[in-house]
Ligand binder design. Structure first.
Ligand code: ATP
Ligand code: MG
Length: 567
C-alpha cells in the first residue's frame, strides 16, 4: 500500500489532511494564497478511461468537493488525428457514473486555440519563440541526450519579423505537415531536456471534432496545458509523476506570458495494478485487434468495462480512498480492488440461488407433485431487505462439483451415504448415484428428513456442508460468464509484446445454468449474490429468452487474508 496504514478509518483523519495534495490545498486556503480551490480533470479524448483515471478523477473532484471549490472537466483535444466524439461522450458518461459533476465547467483546450495563438505571437515578438525549419528527425538529433547538451538550430536566431511572418503563413495553411514548427526559445544546453527549445506548434492539416477545418496548426500538450489552466483559474493542477520534469516548462510559459492567473502543478504517483496494463494506447490495441469484445468488455480495466462487469461506482471511490495519494510509485494488488467491490456488494446485494453446472437430484421419499415454499432471507447482512419465497419440490438441481462418488478427506459435501443440508430447506442423504453409458453421474437419488424442515434438526445434528439448490420445475435458464485476470502473471512484461502475455482463459461461458425464479427478467446492471458462487450482474447482452450474467467477483477475499498475514 502506498500510504502505510491502509486500514485506518478515514474519519480518524477528519481534521488532518489525508495526503500531501490535501495538505497543500489546506495550507493555501489557510494562508489566503487562494480564496477557493479550482482543480481540473484533463483527459485526452483518444480512448476510454481506465481505473487509473478513476484515481485521478476521485482526487481532483474529491479535493474540490471537500474544500468547497470546483473541478473542471477539460478535454485536452489538441491532437485531432487521434481524437473522436465517441471518446468524448464515453468520458463524460464515465465521470458522471463515478458520481462526479462538473456543472457548468465543461471545457476544451480547443476553446482556447485563438488565445493560445495570440500568446504564441507574444512570445515570438519577445524573441522567446521562433519558427524552425528543421525536420522532426533533425530536431531530435539536435536535441542532445541526457548526458550531452543539445545544439542550436540554424533557424534559432532568425529575425522576429521573419518568424512572425512564417507563423502567420503556417496558420493560413501555406506549408505542408511537418515542414516547420514553432519552438520556445529557452536553452539548448539545459540539463532538463524539456527546456531545450520545446515545440509549441506543429502543422497538421486535419479536421478537428470541434473546430473543424479552422486550424491546420495545433498546440502541443506542454504549451496548451498550463495556459488552459491559467485561463480557467485553476489553482492546483494535479497530474501524474511523469510530468514532474515538465514542471519547469509549465512554469516558464506562465512566467513569460500575460496569463490571467498563476496555477501550480503538483505530481502524484499513478495507479499501477497487478494483472493488467493501465494505458489507453494498449487498451485500444486490445480492442482494435479483437482480443476483447470492445472497450466495455467485462475483462477490461476501463471504467466502462468495470461497470459492465458489475463493479459499483462506490467501490471504485472506496478503492481510490483506500490506496491514497502518494509521491512514490507502487503497484497495487488487484485483490485490493476486488476487496472494495465485495465490501459494497456484501452490504447491498440480494442473495439468490443459482446452479452453474447442474446435476439432477431426485428425493425419492418426497411426495410427487408436492411443492413447499420457504421464506429465505434476501440479505443476512441487512434485515430490512426482507425475504423471498423459494419453491422446493421432489426434483432439484445442485452443483455438479458438490457431489463426489469417492470423496477425498476434507470434502464434506454430498457423497454416497452422506447427509448434507440444502440451504433453508431440508437435510438430504445420498442413497445412489445413477450413471450414463459413459460412466458419468447423471442423477442422484436422495432421501430427505421431514423433521429438518427449514434447515435444522430437532436432535441437534448438523451436517458439515450446506448446498445451494434450485427446484427443477421452477428454475429459469441462463448463461453465466466467468472471468479471470486479463493477464495471468501479476506483472505483465513491459518489454516485448504484451499481447503474448494475455491470459487465454480470461473468460469462460457456461450455458444451461439454472437459476431460481426470482432471477428471471432482471434488467441489465442488476447485481446479486449467487450463494456460494460470488456476485453477479446482468449483462446488456441479455434477452428475455436468454439472460446473461457476468460474475463480478468470487466470494473469496484473498486480499483480506494477504493483509492479515502481513500485519
Ligand atoms: P494513458 O497513458 O492511459 O493514455 P494518459 O495520461 O495519457 O493515460 P490522459 O487522458 O492524458 O491519459 O489522462 C488524464 C489524466 O489522468 C491525467 O492527469 C493523468 O495524469 C491521469 N492519469 C492517467 N493514468 C493514470 C493512472 N494510472 N493513475 C492515476 N492517474 C492517471
Ligand atoms: Mg496523456
Amino acid at each position: 500500500m502506498t500510504n502505510g496504514k491502509p486500514d485506518e478509518p478515514a474519519a480518524a483523519a477528519a481534521d488532518e489532511p489525508r495526503d500531501f495534495i490535501r495538505e497543500i490545498v489546506a495550507a493555501d486556503l489557510a494562508s489566503g494564497r487562494h480564496a477557493s480551490v479550482v482543480t481540473r480533470f484533463p483527459p485526452e479524448p483518444n480512448g476510454y478511461l481506465h481505473i487509473g483515471h478513476a484515481k485521478s478523477i476521485c482526487l481532483n473532484f474529491g479535493v474540490a468537493r471537500e474544500f468547497g471549490g470546483r473541478c473542471n472537466l477539460r478535454f485536452d483535444d489538441t491532437n485531432p488525428t487521434k481524437e473522436e466524439q465517441e471518446y468524448i461522450d464515453a468520458i463524460e458518461a464515465d465521470v458522471r457514473w463515478l458520481g462526479f459533476d462538473w456543472g457548468e465547467h465543461l471545457h476544451h483546450a480547443s476553446d482556447y486555440f485563438e488565445q493560445l495563438y495570440q500568446w504564441a505571437v507574444v512570445l515570438v515578438k519577445a524573441a522567446k519563440a521562433y519558427v524552425d525549419d528543421l525536420t522532426a528527425d533533425q530536431i531530435r538529433e539536435y536535441r542532445g541526450t541526457l548526458t550531452e547538451p543539445g545544439r542550436n538550430s540554424p533557424w534559432r536566431d532568425r529575425s522576429v519579423e521573419e518568424s512572425l511572418d512564417l507563423l502567420e503563413r503556417m496558420r493560413r495553411g501555406e506549408f505542408p505537415d511537418g515542414s516547420r514548427v514553432l519552438r520556445a526559445r529557452i536553452d539548448m544546453a539545459s540539463g532538463n531536456i524539456n527546456l531545450r527549445d520545446p515545440v509549441m506548434y506543429r502543422i497538421l492539416h486535419a479536421t478537428h471534432p470541434r473546430t473543424g477545418a479552422a486550424w491546420c496548426l495545433y498546440p502541443t500538450y506542454d504549451y496548451a496545458h498550463g495556459q488552459s489552466d491559467a485561463i480557467e483559474g485553476v489553482t492546483h493542477s494535479i497530474c501524474t509523476l511523469e510530468f514532474e520534469d515538465h514542471r519547469p516548462l509549465y512554469d516558464w510559459f506562465l512566467e513569460n506570458l500575460p496569463v490571467p492567473s498563476r496555477p501550480r502543478q503538483y505530481e502524484f504517483a499513478r495507479l499501477n495494478l497487478t494483472h493488467t496494463v493501465l494505458s489507453k494506447r494498449f487498451l485500444l490495441r486490445l480492442v482494435s485487434e479483437g482480443r476483447v469484445r470492445g472497450w466495455d468488455d467485462p475483462r477490461m480495466p476501463s471504467i466502462s468495462g468495470l461497470r459492465r462487469r458489475g463493479f459499483p461506482p462506490e467501490a471504485l471511490r472506496d478503492f481510490a480512498e483506500m490506496i491514497g495519494v502518494a509521491k512514490r510509485e507502487s503497484v497495487i494488488d488487484y485483490a485490493a480492488l476486488e476487496h472494495c467491490v465485495r465490501d459494497v456488494l456484501n452490504r447491498t446485494a440480494l442473495r439468490r440461488m443459482a446452479v452453474l453446472r447442474p446435476l439432477r437430484v431426485v428425493i425419492t421419499n418426497y411426495p410427487e407433485g408436492q411443492v413447499e415454499r420457504f421464506d429465505v432471507a434476501n440479505n443476512p447482512e441487512d434485515e430490512s431487505a426482507g425475504t423471498r419465497p423459494v419453491s422446493f419440490s421432489r426434483e432439484l438441481w445442485i452443483e455438479r462439483e458438490d457431489f463426489m462418488e469417492d470423496p477425498p478427506k476434507k470434502f464434506y459435501r454430498l457423497a454416497p451415504g452422506r447427509e448434507v443440508r440444502l440451504r433453508s430447506a431440508y437435510f438430504v442423504t445420498c442413497q445412489e448415484a445413477l450413471k450414463d453409458a459413459q460412466g458419468q453421474v447423471v442423477e442422484l437419488r436422495c432421501t430427505y428428513d421431514p423433521a429438518t424442515r427449514g434447515g435444522s434438526a430437532p436432535d441437534g445434528r448438523s451436517p458439515k456442508a450446506t448446498l445451494h439448490w434450485v427446484s427443477a420445475a421452477h428454475a429459469t435458464a441462463g448463461e453465466v460468464r466467468l472471468y479471470d485476470h486479463l493477464f495471468a502473471r501479476p506483472d505483465p512484461r513491459l518489454d516485448g509484446d504484451q499481447l503474448d502475455d494475455l491470459n487465454p482463459r480470461s473468460e469462460e461461458t457456461l450455458s444451461g445454468c439454472l437459476l431460481e425464479p426470482a432471477l428471471a427478467n432482471q434488467p441489465p446492471g442488476t447485481r446479486v449474490q449467487f450463494e456460494r458462487l460470488g456476485y453477479f450482474c446482468v449483462d446488456p447482452d441479455s434477452t428475455p429468452e436468454r439472460p446473461v450474467w457476468n460474475r463480478i467477483v468470487t466470494l473469496r477475499d484473498t486480499w483480506s487474508k494477504l493483509r492479515t498475514r502481513l500485519s
